[in-house]
Design a protein around this ligand. Structure first.
Ligand code: 4NP
Length: 146
């Protein structure tokens, strides 16, 4: 099972979701069955590392932070991944508009409401909590499909 988290820049929300989900998957002993990654719909931050305050909140919460570089989602990703999980409905709309998506139902929002961008709000704790909640629900769902 392959899960791709997507936000705008891929330096705050989607890498937070990637690291949180990896930690949850590891705790459940499912690392060999569920592959997790992240990307953005923009290439603006391509090659950049995670935004330091996003790393800081993960470290405070005991989540392992991997070295990584921001990347833009590709058409190949859309074909390869089983779940494309976006932080905001805007990103879902953009993916469905700009890429060939043979199974649109695999593009879904992490939560019922948008995960606000901490790049603008500065509230990394709320973002962490919303993402944690969403990942927990998503993992429950994915586990039933393994
Ligand atoms: P993210 O946050 O989508 O959660 O990674 C953002 C990071 C950078 C920018 C926008 C959003 N930016 O415009 O540079």
């Amino acid at each position: 099972m392959r899960v791709m988290f997507v936000c705008l820049g891929n330096i705050c929300r989607s890498p937070m979701a990637e690291m949180i989900m990896k930690e949850m998957v590891k705790k459940e002993g499912l690392s060999s069955e569920i592959f997790v990654s992240s990307s953005g719909i923009s290439d603006e931050e391509e090659g950049n590392g995670m935004y330091p305050p996003a790393q800081k909140i993960l470290i405070e919460k005991g989540i392992k932070v991997e070295e990584r570089c921001a990347k833009k989602i590709t058409q190949e990703d859309i074909f390869e991944y089983d779940y494309i999980v976006v932080m905001e409905k805007y990103q879902k709309d953009r993916i469905l508009k700009n890429y060939i998506v043979s199974n649109p139902s695999k593009v879904e929002c992490l939560n019922n409401k948008d995960v606000l961008d901490p790049w603008y709000t500065g509230d990394f704790l709320t973002t962490y909590e919303e993402i944690y909640q969403g990942c927990s629900q998503l993992l429950k769902k994915i586990k039933k499909e393994l």
